[in-house]
Design a protein around this ligand. Structure first.
Ligand SMILES: [Zn+2]
Length: 199
């Protein structure tokens, strides 16, 4: 489920839709949490789909560490990629704002953490745009991403967390146990789906 202070807006014919903050969202805010309404498509179910359905699923889903495609039920599936995203997937099954997001600003994500089974061309207007992203990006950039996430988790218990009531209890306990210093940090590397055979 996407953070309630966001909405779907049309960006341009090239980009299509995007998700925008309707209010200020501070760094450390959980901006998306996987919940039971999200549609899980197993590798077997995906294989049985027709080409058009596969294209739609490819366009709107991400792949979890077990190889399931997760199709978000709300506007979370319209969040666009940026190589300098303001939110990022964590090893805990939610996404977090890694810097302050102003009202009216587009909420962006790094698709490098989506376990894409193919190389995807991206345009994000940043000077150091990676141009191509794939499931291999997790292994390349995890240390950099973990550093940003750890910084953001330091303030996660000091900002309002509107998505907490929707989060899986196990996920909530696991992240707050880390914040309290009781357990080790869970790296994004753990979200990697071992899909070398597909590449
Ligand atoms: Zn880029």
């Amino acid at each position: 489920m996407m953070h309630p202070d966001t909405e779907l807006r049309f960006v341009s014919p090239e980009i299509g839709f995007g998700v925008f903050a309707t209010r200020f969202i501070p760094a450390g805010t959980i901006t998306y949490a996987q919940d039971s309404l999200d549609i899980m498509i197993s590798a077997g179910q995906y294989a049985a789909l027709g080409p058009s359905q596969k294209r739609s699923v490819d366009h709107y889903s991400f792949i979890d560490p077990d190889g399931n495609r997760v199709l978000c039920w709300d506007h979370a599936k319209y969040v666009n990629h940026c190589c300098h995203a303001n939110t990022i997937s964590t090893g805990y099954g939610f996404e977090i704002a890694i810097r302050d997001i102003q009202a009216g600003e587009q909420v962006t994500d790094d698709y490098g953490l989506f376990n894409l089974p193919y190389e995807m061309d991206v345009i994000c207007a940043k000077k150091d745009c990676r141009k191509k992203i794939s499931g291999k990006d997790i292994a390349r950039y995890y240390a950099e991403w973990d550093t940003r996430i750890i910084e953001s988790l330091k303030v996660a218990d000091k900002v309002p967390q509107a998505l907490l009531p929707y989060m899986d209890q196990e996920i909530r306990e696991s992240v707050f146990s880390y914040i309290a210093g009781k357990t080790e940090y869970k790296s994004v590397l753990q979200t990697q789906y071992q899909q070398e055979a597909c590449l």
